[in-house]
Design a protein around this ligand. Structure first.
Ligand code: X90
Length: 277
């Protein structure tokens, strides 16, 4: 039985060691230039461009064909998609899954609407990899990954919500916060898969204290944490230290955000996916 995991590029996962993996890229159009969010994208350069760009910029999710061509000829495919509340990616994956199963009777595709993005998606992907490696059967994995998804959460801090607001991905209360200097928008991915603002914090330090509080309130007890940042390694490292104070043995990994998450989380933004108890 050949397994494959296919995620859209908002997961920030570029490769897996033990299971066949592919990323379906989203696209980011800044003025006249379209960037494909794949492993060749220079994310630092994109962020640099966005610092001074004043025009219109938009994003586009992968098409059903983009998903389909990444399934290869696997017998069992797991699709891991960004929240369907804010993107058409999950819907495209579902269409691809239907076509694939019709074209190849016996093969199966399980589509996961993560209701989240970035590092929470990466947690899901790592858990799938683990279960596949353990030799779990397909039905068990489908069931257990949905249970795991209930235990994972996402919190974040953003220095700017301009791109989210310009693309209609936040409600008007959050959009009204565009242009506030020195303020960090701290929030979570809600149970409905959209951005829920929890605090307005002055500076990274205060924002990180607010994020820790949110994590504890949501049931964080020292489980696995993935931190993805956009040009803000100092904050990511400081945050990791704070978490190690709670549990010195916690498994905490820092990574850079890919193109899509960097575009929306913007310069200095940080996303944290974590397991609750
Ligand atoms: O289909 C598309 O064009 C992609 C649209 C994606 C819009 C949201 C991306 C959010 C990226 C920003 C902070 C975390 C928000 C979490 C909400 C679930 C990261």
């Amino acid at each position: 039985m050949q397994y494959k995991i296919v995620a859209d590029s908002s997961s920030d996962v570029r490769r897996l060691e033990h299971v066949d993996f592919a990323s379906a890229p989203l696209k980011i159009t800044v003025g006249d230039t379209t960037y494909v969010d794949d492993n060749d994208l220079n994310v630092g350069e994109l962020t640099q461009t966005l610092r001074t760009f004043k025009g219109r910029s938009i994003t586009a999710c992968p098409s059903p064909e983009d998903w389909l061509e990444r399934f290869g000829d696997a017998d069992r495919v797991f699709c891991v998609a960004i929240t369907s509340t804010l993107s058409g990616s999950c819907n495209a994956a579902r269409l691809a899954a239907r076509d694939y199963e019709n074209a190849h009777p016996g093969r199966k595709v399980f589509v996961i609407d993560t209701l989240s993005t970035g590092p929470e998606m990466a947690l899901i992907i790592e858990k799938l990899e683990e279960m596949i490696c353990e030799g779990c059967d397909y039905e068990t994995i489908c069931h257990d990954i949905m249970a795991y998804l209930k235990k994972t959460k996402l919190t974040f801090m953003l220095q700017s919500v301009r791109n989210l607001a310009n693309n209609g991905r936040v409600n008007s209360a959050v959009a009204a916060l565009v242009g506030l200097l020195g303020i960090r928008i701290v929030g979570i991915a809600s149970d409905h898969g959209d951005l829920q603002q929890m605090a307005k914090s002055r500076g990274d330090k205060r924002a990180m204290a607010d994020m820790i509080k949110i994590m504890k309130d949501l049931g964080y007890k020292g489980g696995k944490v993935l931190i993805h940042h956009c040009e803000n390694l100092p904050a990511a490292e400081a945050f990791k230290q704070k978490l190690l104070e709670i549990n010195p043995l916690a498994k905490i990994t820092i990574d850079t955000a890919g193109g899509l998450c960097s575009f929306y989380a913007e310069d200095g933004g940080m996303l944290v996916g974590f397991e609750t108890a």
